[in-house]
Design a protein around this ligand. Sequence first.
Ligand code: CO
Ligand code: ZN
Length: 332
Amino acid sequence: MKSLIKKLVETVGPSGYESKIREVIRGEVEGFADEIQVDAMGNLIIKKGEKKEGGLRVMLSAHIDEIGVMVTHVDKNGFARFTTIGGVRPHTCYGSRVRFLNGSAGVIGGERLENANHVHTIESMYIDLGASNPEDCPVKVGDVAAFDRPFEDLGNRVISKAMDDRVCSAILIETLKLVKNSPHELFFVFSTQEEVGLRGATTAAYAIDPDLGIAADVTMSGDTPRGIKMDISLGKGPAIKVKDGGMLADPRLVDAMVQCAVKHKIPYQMEVLLGGTTDAKAMQISRAGMPAGCVSVPTRYVHTPSEMVDINDVNNAVKLLSALISEPIKLV
Ligand code: CO
Ligand code: ZN
């Protein structure tokens, strides 16, 4: 699992530019799919199995895009100004390395701060690619980059950029490999452009028109010094979403997930997240609506270049999802 996560997180793929990561994932899933499709939005859709007695048409979704930056201007001294792709916070930027799709690397610097305790605005920062003029600069207006940090293995805990949501891409890959006799017609969607507004999942849900939607994404945790007030800790199991900033999970599906975890003795936590949302929101309100929910991986330092997860939560999320979709899902 760790080597799969490393492979996925270290691939560059900001929103809208997911072709590299999609090909990496396609390579992992090819032998396990009944049908493979890439739609106009770049979603990788893997179909597996047919609907049998008691089965549903189920869409599972994990997004393969990551937050990043896009060049808006290269000045006469070769410094590249940038805008953000997705929820990049200014205080995570200064001193960070970025890697462009063409392989070029740079460091984010900033104009002198009047007060060293203040944080740079995005507008007052730039990417230094080692160039002295625009001609030297290996990137141009419109080029995109992701944060660049290697995968770090601390034992139970692992750190990297883009754990959001490559860790759940790994979870869906492993779930796909594990599920053998499902009564459901399963669609594993590796979705695009989640970080800029759930765009890939929106069109995928419309096209697939499932009976039920389940997202897999990261959530935050409340277990760090003077952190956010949230009853989620790393290592206590995958989180079953009840609510986030964009949706109320279908309570019947929440119950089905809880009962499944209890039955299979899988540790779990209940998630109430105040901000943010996932592909589950897009699925829930697609067409005439559908029951939808989300299995989340507790994550520290979300949307920084060093997101941390507990590998036991990751493995237990695979167990929970594969158990859930291997049996009839009764929504009562
Ligand atoms: Co995110
Ligand atoms: Zn995410």
